[in-house]
Design a protein around this ligand. Structure first.
Ligand code: DX5
Ligand code: ZN
Length: 226
């Protein structure tokens, strides 16, 4: 599939969401929508009604990152609404394997996210149930935080565990022109960026530049180099 860019609308103007989404149309592979419930993380954003409204207005596929308790109960509804990729946190899920299967059965790609302290090896058996693994590179909850360099070995380990599986590795948190190359080199192929895109004067050009950087770094990487 190659490099994919997923701008996070958490850093966009919430009063102008559909307009903000269109600013990256043609430059973004996905729109990353952060759902926070003020329980799993200490912040509150938006939920299914807003996501459903965006699905009606926006042409770019939506990548929902659910930072919520009890995703076993709530996540399938996002898939049924037409979200292209639904990611839940393994720390919150009672039965990650069954949840991943129900997301796929509802027609979505299934993603699982790991907080910085969550070990990837513990979830090696889950990988075959997934379409994407999200390695958080900040503590989930807020945009604009500094990238955790200590997550790079985890990305590398995740890429090794993925092997020949058709599984994307997403990184989220502190991704920008200064950090995207290291993530691509380590093994990530889907890049979420909030402040680096929506804080830029031209969000579309920020996507274009980051994609070019990631593609160059991937071509030289240990896992994809030729
Ligand atoms: C944080 C969210 C991120 C956030 C990233 O919990 O999951 O998607 O928008 O923002 P930046 O790119 O500014 O770190
Ligand atoms: Zn996110």
């Amino acid at each position: 599939m190659g490099v994919q860019i997923s701008p996070s609308i958490l850093s966009a103007d919430f009063a102008e969401l559909a307009v903000e989404c269109e600013r990256v149309a043609g430059y973004a592979d996905w729109l990353h929508v952060d759902v926070m419930d003020n329980h799993f993380v200490p912040n509150l954003t938006l939920g299914l009604p807003v996501v459903a409204a965006l699905l009606r207005r926006v042409s770019t596929p939506i990548d929902c990152h659910l930072m919520i308790d009890d995703p076993d109960r709530w996540a399938p509804q996002y898939a049924e609404a037409g979200v292209g990729s639904v990611t839940f946190h393994v720390e919150a899920a009672a039965n990650p394997k069954a949840l991943a299967r129900s997301l796929r059965a509802a027609g979505s790609r299934a993603g699982a996210a790991l907080k910085p302290a969550t070990d990837v090896d513990s979830y090696a058996d889950l990988l075959r149930e997934l379409d994407m693994l999200l390695i958080m590179t900040v503590e989930p909850g807020f945009g604009g935080q500094g990238f955790l360099d200590s997550m790079l070995p985890k990305v590398r380990r995740a890429r090794a565990l993925v092997g020949d599986l058709q599984l994307w590795i997403q990184v989220d948190g502190g991704i920008g022109e200064g950090t995207i190359e290291a993530c691509a080199e380590a093994g990530a192929d889907v890049f979420v960026a909030g402040s680096a895109v929506y804080g830029a004067a031209d969000p579309a050009q920020a996507c274009r530049r980051m994609r070019a950087q990631a593609e160059q770094a991937t071509a030289k990487s240990w896992w994809c180099g030729t």
